[in-house]
Design a protein around this ligand. Sequence first.
Ligand code: ZN
Length: 500
Amino acid sequence: MSSSTYSQFVNHVRDIHRAQAIESVLEWDQETCMPRRGAAERAEQLALIAGIVHDRRTSDEFGGMIQRLAGSDAAGQDHVAATNIREMKRQYERAVRIPRQLVQELARTVALAKGAWVEAKRDSDFAKFAPHVERLLDLKRQVADLVGWGEERYDALMDEYEPGATSAAIQRVFDQLRAELVPFIQSLGRAPRQPDRSLLARHCPQAAQAELSRRFAAAIGFNFDAGRIDVSAHPFCSGTSPHDVRLTTRYREDYFPSALFGTLHEAGHGMYEQGLDPAHVGTPMGWAVSLGIHESQSLMWENMVGRSRPFWEHFYPDLQTAFPAMKDVPLDAFYFAVNAVTPSFIRVEADEATYNLHIVLRFGLERQMIAGTLAVRDIPDAWNAGMRDLLGVTPTSDAVGCLQDIHWSQGTFGYFPTYALGKLYAAQFFAAARRAMPDLDGTFRRGDFGPLLDWLRSNIHRHGQRYRAHELVKVVTGAELSHRPFMDYLAGKFRPLYGI
Ligand code: ZN
């Protein structure tokens, strides 16, 4: 390999990343501080940057570099170059196979579909949205066929979010999960002990919530010299490098867990970004593996740490000081309330036990929709039947049923499974961390989260995209992805709580 070709290639990749970083700061600004009247010009700015990113990613010059490098022995020499070339080749090939015309057609269709979805949801009328779903499915099938697929078309769409994942492998794990999780949740519902969730609706002032959220984020290891927290309607984490990570949260004075756990969740994403190797910034070796692995980091900090009893043994006195309304609530009642398991209609409000069943439903429907074996008009019935089978509840309207999520209006078929994979990865990683550090609970009880964060940094964050998600799971835990660690984690936490 000519080393000048490789350094040219790295410079080009870093420039693409920098253009995307500009895009992400503009988007962050739009969600957090931009005045309303800035929207029209901001859309033009974002479209301009998106065009620049697309042109750089698909230029003939870049294609030539990739071809020269992929054909050289660069890949064999060291894993850094091999990873960077492999990943940029994958992205380049995907991008050039989809003609500009189809990309624009998709963007237009999505813009219309979003408006139709908002209206259909407001009126709880799926028929208004159905033609848009039909059109989006058609375009996404074209995308899948252009980029190519092996066993199943849906895999080509998932590849955008969870590279290397296959429907067949995910279905196997989901089937095993479902077989155990459905009866487990039913048994919690029948348990003699039940939590009092009304405790969490006590009034807690926003300023105190903001102070506490910030303190928790710093305590678990989010570095405020390399990041910040602001407020937005929908919480998210974005950033431009390990040294500049932006989190957002939102406050509800009548439901403080929304801010507290939301901040721990986004801080978990943020700490992954801050833990990526700065030496590889802007290249695949300095990027997160996949959406599923990203979600594993946020969920571990939110649920396995933030909803654990040792965490609250340390922090509950601070919470009671910050929120005088909670003064008379004992730790055990609080701990039970934040871990309540209740089958419900809405995915984003679901607890950590029932959540994955919402995803099992969507994954099954999406596969059939892309394969064409489920007609769009039959989606509402299929949705409601699935909710009955999986969670024992029947949505009272399409607004709280098949119209609840924004994803289909954005054409992001194949995205949902990453949420459930995140939960399964998180449990499997956490079990491995416990084996490596048997006194993890003791460290949490002392308010010391450094050992877990260091373990995540060296076992996961520092690898960038060296491994695909399924490979990383094997490297870190010594086993293939399985539902078992997640079910063991749920049983270990909820059986004692519910007294079963
Ligand atoms: Zn997340």
